[in-house]
Each structure stands twice: as C-alpha cells, then as structure tokens.
Design a protein. Structure first.
Length: 467
C-alpha cells in the first residue's frame, strides 16, 4: 500500500534530482565561466567538464539519501522538506570545500560553487513540491486507484479511514465497511456493506483490491479466517497496529503517519519490477500497433470484402480484481454469435469454468485462420496501451465464466490479464480448466520481468507455427 506508492514517488524524485543537477551544473558553469566552460573545467580539474558534472549529480543524490529525502514514509510536509534541503545544501557545500582543498583544486571558481548549490537547493525544493502535487492530482482523480474494504465499524475503523482520507496521494479509496457482529458500535461515516458473512459476496460483486482489518483485540478471532479467504481470493490484507505491540506479529510492517500497518500480500508486490513491466507493456504495445498497422489494414480489408462488417469483436471481460473492461479482437465468428451461445454452451471441449469449442459452428472461414495464427488477438495491444491488460498474464474471461469459478480460481484476478501467458505456451491444448488455472497461479506466484520475457520469446514461434 505505502511502499507501492512511495517507491514510485522515490524513483521520480531521484530521476528529477539527477537530471536537474547535471543540467544546472552545465548552465551555471556556462553563466559563470562563459561558453568555453568545459575547457575551463579541464584546466582546473584536469578532466572533461562532464566528469565533475556527473560526480556532482551523484554526490547530490547520495547526500539526499543521507538526509532522508527519499525515505519511505507517507507523512510529509513542505516545511519538513525545506529543512531537509537546507541541511542537504550545508552538507554538500561542506563536502565540496573539503574535496577542493584535499585535491588542491585552487582554480575551481568559488562563486560558481556557491551559485550552483543555492540554485540546486531551490530547484530541488520546487521539483519535489511539483512532483508530489502531480502524483496527488492523478491519485485523487482515480488513476491507478486501489479499492480498500475495511473490516470494522468502530473507532479503529473510523480512525484508519480518516488517515487514508488525509493521504489521497496514496491512491486508496475506501469502498465501505463490514460489521463483524451486531454488538460492535457503529461510529464510521461511510457505507456499511454488510456483515462478515457477506465478505465473499462483496468480493464477487465489487472491485476490492485490499482489506484493512480494524478490529479491537477482543475480535481478533476474525483475523485468521479473513486472512485465509483474502489469500485465496488474491487480496492484500492490512492490519493497523496502533497502540498494539508488534512482538506477536510477523510480516512486513509499513508506516502510515506513525501508525504501523502489518501487511500480508499474496500478489506480486515488486514495485520496481511492476513499473518495469508496465513500461515494457507500453513500449511493446505502441511499437506493435505501429509495426502491425499494415497487417491490421489487410485483415480488415479481407474481412469486409469476404464477410462484411464489423471488423472487430468487442466483449466485456473481467480484469484486475474484478474490474470490467471491453476487450478488442478481430471478429472470428458470425455476427450473431453471442445470440447463438446457448446453442453451443453445452458442447465445450474444456472441462470446468471456461468455454472453448474446437469445431464451433459459429467460427467463420477467415476466423479459423485468424485463430490458428493468433492474429485475432493482436488488437488487444490497444487494451495493453490503455492499461487494462498486460502483454503477459492470465487470459481474461467474460463475467459468465468468472461467475462459475471456484474460490481458488479467483486468484487469477489478482494479476492484470494478458494477451499471452504461461498456460498458452505450456498447455494451450489442455482441455482441463483447473490445470490451466494452476499454471496461471504458478505464474503469479513466481512472477518476474525475466519470466515475462521468456514467455514472450516462447509465444512468438508458437504464433508463427500456428499452434
């Protein structure tokens, strides 16, 4: 919850400091020393001007780490940042003076150093405020928002909900509260969605990413069953531990304004890795759409000429933690295929909560070719670009199939759905849905960027060979 947001913020702040320090070094050098500033640095340090610029940037970022400007914390104020930056400037100035004397760099311009550090302090302060505001702006408007269900309706629940509300930049939105039993007093101001017995129904009817257990010690008997259910459903569990000792607990503890929060996470939570996965998705989707646009045009022209419109098939699918989205594929069936679903639903080749029929009479001649080569899936690159899907992940299912899932199947929804996945390259022709789901869960549990790259590498020859 906190680590996910703050790591992304920390990366943005670090990148801004690196870029601004190098650019400021060059700019201040050009202003103070003139257009031939690089030659002056060669004269005074016996190195090219870019070397001192890089050394200064690394020194500034390293000192920023030392004073805690990148520390993982949710509590932040402008005044606290200002004090830290003033302390940072003093440290860098002192270190620079020591280095100049130690290396006998008498020809280095003192006015340049003073101007650079003062300007860097100002730019760092402004950039940090702007970046935090930008993060907050996106979070408040629902971008990448995670839905939080709170178990409890008493003082602890109200206090934690208020704490979340004071930090919209974390990207958490409280969907409602659950009352564990009738005797608990109701003091929260938000919607009460039901009792503890309703939690599984709420998971299936609403989008819920995380569950916060805000119960008094007398109700801790509910923690274990809730945690077990959340683990099976692929939901993260957060347990605020304000005024409670940590000696009894194991697990990752995060801090939210001084409140320790015990976290049980059953989904991939490698923040930097997930950022890299999203960046790879966006790059591959954008390049793929441009590179494959001639193929898209050919398929569309052939389809219109031979079978008529529409070219694309759109259908609502279930995405991350139950979020519905509209998938886009090339149409491979007759135009009234959905209306004829009842005719073939009992003829599925797949055992379990999924429908797939090898000789489906609704598939067109062109559609058969598109399916065999997987060309019909390529328009989903648009879904990837929109953030609804990933290149690699469990395949998204329509709501009617998700409604038939056993509880352990639902953990497939804890990862963003993908165009290809582990079961597509290892057991694409397997007719048992349980074995497919087991492969999806194996992928989720062992996820890494390297695993994604291996699956993509195995998918490409499979497409070319039509299997």
């Amino acid at each position: 919850m906190i680590r996910r947001h703050v790591t992304m913020l920390r990366l943005a702040l670090t990148a801004a400091d690196i870029v601004s320090s190098i650019l400021l070094f060059a700019l201040i050098s050009a202003i103070v020393l003139g257009p031939n500033w690089r030659a002056d640095w060669v004269k005074s340090t016996q190195t090219d001007g870019l070397i001192p610029a890089l050394a200064y940037a690394l020194g500034w970022v390293g000192a920023s780490w030392l004073v805690g400007l990148y520390r993982l914390r949710a509590h932040w104020t402008i005044l606290a940042d200002l004090r830290a930056i003033l302390r940072l400037g003093a440290i860098v100035a002192s270190a620079t003076i020591i280095i100049i004397f130690a290396l006998n760099l008498d020809e280095v311009s003192r006015p340049l150093i003073v101007t650079l550090i003062v300007a860097q302090m100002a730019v760092t302060f402004v950039s940090r405020v702007v970046i935090r505001e930008v993060f907050g702006w996106f979070r408040v408007r629902g971008y990448n928002t995670r839905q939080l269900l709170i178990l409890g309706t008493g003082d602890a629940a109200r206090s934690f909900a208020s704490l979340i509300a004071r930090h919209p930049e974390l990207g958490l939105s409280v969907v409602g509260f659950l009352r564990p039993h009738e005797r608990e007093a109701v003091v929260v101001g938000g919607p009460i969605l039901g009792g503890l017995d309703d939690i599984q129904r709420i998971f299936h009817d609403r989008v819920v990413d995380e569950v916060a257990v805000c119960l008094p010690v007398s109700d801790w008997e509910f923690i274990e069953p809730v945690t077990v259910l959340c683990r099976e459903e692929g939901k993260a569990v957060r347990i605020p531990l304000a005024d409670i000792g940590l000696a009894w607990f194991t697990g990752r503890v995060e801090d939210l304004d001084g409140v320790p929060v015990l976290s049980h996470v059953q989904v991939p939570d490698q923040v930097v890795g997930m950022i890299a996965k999203r960046a790879m998705d966006m790059a591959m989707a954008a390049i793929g759409i441009v590179a494959l646009s001639p193929l898209f045009g050919i398929v569309a022209a052939v389809m219109v000429a031979s079978e008529g419109r529409p070219v694309f098939f759109r259908q609502v699918r279930v995405g991350l933690q139950g979020r519905p989205f509209t998938i886009v594929k090339f149409r491979t069936m007759v135009t009234d295929a959905e209306e004829r679903y009842a005719e073939v639903v009992g003829l599925s080749d797949t055992q379990g909560a999924a429908f797939k029929m090898t000789n489906d009479p609704r598939i067109t001649k062109l559609g058969s070719f598109l399916r065999k080569t997987s060309i019909d899936e390529l328009p989903q690159l648009w879904n990837v670009l929109r953030g609804e899907m990933s290149i690699v992940g469990p395949r998204p299912a329509p709501p009617r199939e998700v409604a038939e899932y056993d509880i352990w199947h639902r953990r497939r929804l804890s990862m963003k759905p993908g165009i290809t996945g582990l079961w597509q390259v290892e057991a694409r022709l397997d007719e048992d849905f349980d074995r497919r789901a087991a492969l999806d869960l194996r992928y989720i549990d062992g996820w890494s960027v390297w695993l994604d790259m291996k699956i993509i590498a195995r998918t490409i020859p499979a497409m070319l060979q039509g299997r």
